[in-house]
Design a protein around this ligand. Sequence first.
Ligand code: IPM
Ligand code: MN
Length: 359
Amino acid sequence: MAGQKNYDIAVIPGDGTGPEVVEEGKKVLAAAGRRFDISFNFKTFDYGGERFLKTGETITDAGIDELKKYRAIYLGAIGHPDVAPGILEVGLLLKLRFSMDQYINLRPVKLYPGVETPLKGKGPEDIDFIVVRENTGGLYTGHGGVSRKGTPHEIATQIMVYDRQMVDRCLKYSFELAVQRKKEGKPGKLTLVNKTNVLTYVADLWYRAFMEMAREYPGIETDYNHIDAACMWMVKNPEWYDVMVVNNMFGDIITDLGAMVQGGMGIAAGGNINPSGTSMFEPIGGSAPKYTGMNVINPLAAIEAARMMLKHLGEDRAASAIQEAVAYTCTKIRDLGAGKMGYSTTEVGDMVAGHVARS
Ligand code: IPM
Ligand code: MN
């Protein structure tokens, strides 16, 4: 047996309810660590709205370089009511994703037993897919500009930028994920989602690259959906999906739809992944300022983010134990919404941690 594994994890609790949910995630990680002989060395960083209001700084390049030394980053939430929209999103969250080249945003959509979905007649056997959202390109690159600003003839552009290499590396990750899932007994099907009927340049690039790469993966079933149709099928026939791969902007939109399908923001988590660098894991729900400090926010999304982090680090057994504990907890709590769980934030964290310890 190899000795105890040790991981240096940078923790950014961030704004609003971020610190509360991150605390529960750390509690669960610690429980998994004791059970599976893993130790975590957490270092907390105070990036977020409060720090920005005090210093006028989101994060510096030196700050980014420091974070790159960690095996992974565990993030709570970014967003502060006293900071103008866009400053923290672009200056902190997107800056972290871009400067660490976290080019995959991995967002599982899985309905746990006992969780209510708004989709009538659908259950856990129907809703178990994962969205690979391209995370550093497209409309998010900030290419574009404005002229004649403030006049009736103002022109503004924002350009969907992709090059072949960005598309290929995202597709590669997605095909490999489909292979992985097939080994785990899932369908092993990859659906490209885009808008080839209108985006005749950039969607066509994705489509051709996808078809070419598909030839290298004969064991993987492939499909293509237009983004608008995908929104219909995600609601009507979610069982058709296993792995979806989608550009940055469309992926942003459909993963919020996915979050609702799996029971809401209380459970939805994501990983910003650089397969050969530092990756960052976060609940995708945001800072929920009105629930701050009340011990009512659901920590399961942050706990799910912690689980994804362990899986990413190769700690499969610990990740599975957390998943089982989350599934168990979902059958115990009344509702996934903040203040409606029938338990407090810390009690839900205790329940998951307790189950992990007994696993
Ligand atoms: C998300 C968020 C971010 C995004 C915002 C806050 C910049 O909506 O993580 O989905 O658009 O990626
Ligand atoms: Mn979003």
